[in-house]
Design a protein around this ligand. Structure first.
Ligand code: TYD
Length: 409
């Protein structure tokens, strides 16, 4: 399938790029499951009407989020700190004057953000359909329901707990193909002065850094301020504030209120203008982006083939979801990369989706440094560089492809 109706405004849209056949990005697997591995075509479109960037085909949510979901939010120390700051800023700026506030989080994972509300004695509810991570949250005493959010669930929550003052979501909203239903559910769940605050990887960064690896099955949308405002304004919301974030290689935090309740901030108006300058509403921007992706792929493969020809050892660093797009789109094989080191126990001793590169515990990397490490977890570069000085001291070199393919020490 190369064209569909826009999930936001139903305008017919067609792909500007195909990354080819892709497996489930977080589908780390064992050899006995290779036979049944699922593939779909990963291609991306831009809606010229509402400006929403979205993938065309998406596997069903049940194929991606289930009891074995490999992603635990609590695996990065920097991300833990980020969510603590996020929670505290909401408490300070949005909840201070509320009597007995109620906070709901969509996709609350292992409770990495809600735990701060719990500690502050604030009524909270996490909505997390992946059972294993939801169980981890419940074990920490964080109220969590394991269901997919929709208008019915919103109604049930309101009946049981009353309206929410704030609904939060971090790296979740861009996962939900039925965004209009979510927006409808939000108008039920949030009280008249309630706020929806969410953050996701930002289209402006993806375009500027050619970070095409933000595009994978789970990320059905790549948001910008303009497209978020368009999508939610159809359901009575208005974008009132934006705050750029460095997380996930460049994200944006959006605050939406019910229409007419708050004036859009100066930052919001400035970002609308900047997006116009960046051409985020302009189809030619996406043609250029496609060319940049192809160049990045060709340069990375030239480099990896060259290192292979020289007999150098290369390991991947961080078995990210993003890496599934890079590995499968570029055609990286175990011949190029012997293994990928990752600190997440549920990924270790499995194989990467599609191409089946072994995922090894971190100690495999530290016990016997490779000549080169390909930084798939580039969004954690600062954290990783801070702890890996011994690798570079031993003569090890890093390879990145963001914003361009290069070797660094
Ligand atoms: P993440 O940043 O969540 O990216 P994505 O959303 O694309 O999956 O994943 C980071 C991965 O990298 C995660 O599997 C943990 C791993 N990791 C390490 O192995 N070592 C590290 O020092 C850090 C920061 C992450």
């Amino acid at each position: 399938m190369n064209s569909i109706e826009c999930r936001i405004c139903e305008t017919p849209i067609s792909a500007f790029i195909s990354f080819g056949k892709m497996p489930i990005a977080n589908g780390f697997l064992l050899p006995e499951h290779y036979q049944n591995e699922y593939f779909f075509e990963l291609s991306t479109a831009f809606c010229p009407n509402c400006g929403m960037v979205q993938i065309i085909d998406q596997p069903t949510p049940e194929m991606m989020f289930h009891e074995d979901y490999a992603f635990f939010s609590g695996t990065s120390r920097y991300m833990s700190m980020h969510f603590e700051r996020f929670a505290k800023s909401v408490m300070q700026n949005r909840l201070r004057d509320k009597d007995d506030p109620f906070v709901v989080e969509l996709g609350s994972n292992d409770g990495i953000m809600l735990q701060h509300f719990k500690e502050a004695g604030i009524r909270h509810l996490g909505i997390e359909p992946s059972l294993n991570v939801a169980d981890a949250a419940r074990a920490k005493g964080i109220n969590t329901v394991s269901e997919f959010f929709n208008a019915d669930l919103a109604q049930k929550i309101v009946e049981e707990h009353g309206c929410a003052d704030v609904v939060l979501a971090a790296n979740v909203m861009c996962h939900i193909p039925t965004l209009p239903d979510i927006a409808k559910g939000m108008s039920t769940l949030l009280g008249p002065n309630g706020l929806l605050i969410f953050e996701d990887p930002y289209l402006g960064d993806v375009i500027e850094k050619t970070s095409y690896d933000q595009i994978y099955d789970e990320h059905v949308f790549v948001f910008a301020a303009g497209s978020v405002n368009e999508a939610f304004s159809r359901h009575g919301f208005e974008l009132v504030h934006v705050e750029p974030q460095t997380t996930h290689g460049g994200s944006m935090r959006y605050t939406l209120a019910k229409k007419g309740v708050m004036k859009p901030s100066a930052e919001t108006l400035a970002l609308f203008k900047r997006e116009e300058q960046l051409g985020l509403q302009n189809p030619t921007t996406f043609e250029t982006f496609r060319e940049n992706c192809e160049r990045s792929r060709d340069e990375l493969m030239a480099l990896l083939n060259d290192l292979r020809a020289q007999g150098k050892t290369v390991a991947g660093y961080g078995a990210t979801s993003k890496s599934t797009t890079v590995i499968n789109y570029c055609g990286i094989t175990p011949e190029h990369i012997r293994y990928i080191s990752d600190t997440t126990p549920t990924k270790q001793n499995k194989f990467t989706p599609g191409v089946h590169i072994p995922v090894e515990p971190y100690e495999t990397f530290t016990n016997n440094y490779p000549d080169y490490a390909l930084l798939f977890a580039w969004n954690h570069k600062d954290e990783i560089m801070a702890k890996e000085s011994a690798f570079t001291k031993s003569g090890g070199k890093w390879i990145t492809y963001i914003p361009k393919v290069e070797i660094f020490e």
